[in-house]
Design a protein around this ligand. Structure first.
Ligand SMILES: [Zn+2]
Length: 109
């Protein structure tokens, strides 16, 4: 079972206490965006085999949204962090690099 620690209240919540919110760090398309960019924002999602960044809500707890970095193959969790970040924090990226040398995501590693 997937277990994530809420970064706001510190509770290690089981999957049944959480609500999934899909891929994290999606960049919204503004009024200057074209149809292709808007289509990609609405429908195109990454589905990696390995390190992935996701949105979760502590639905049966504090109710706040947060981000989680985990491996989709092993369900290993590298860390959770507040949703008000535009990219994974350095300590999360370091934790991933320690266990998955050579990983990369959208130019970050
Ligand atoms: Zn919480």
């Amino acid at each position: 079972m997937l277990r994530l620690t809420c970064p706001y209240c510190g509770v290690a919540a089981e999957e049944t206490e959480l609500a999934p919110g899909g891929e994290a760090h999606l960049a919204r398309v503004g009024p200057e965006g074209n149809d292709d960019a808007f289509h990609a924002y609405l429908f195109e999602r990454e589905n990696p085999r390995g390190v992935h960044f996701e949105r979760w809500r502590h639905a049966m707890g504090c109710g706040k949204w947060f981000h989680a970095a985990r491996c989709t193959v092993t369900l290993e969790v590298f860390g959770t962090y507040p949703a008000q970040t535009t990219e994974p924090p350095a300590h999360i990226r370091a934790a991933i690099t320690a266990k998955r040398p050579g990983w990369a995501w959208r130019g970050l590693s």
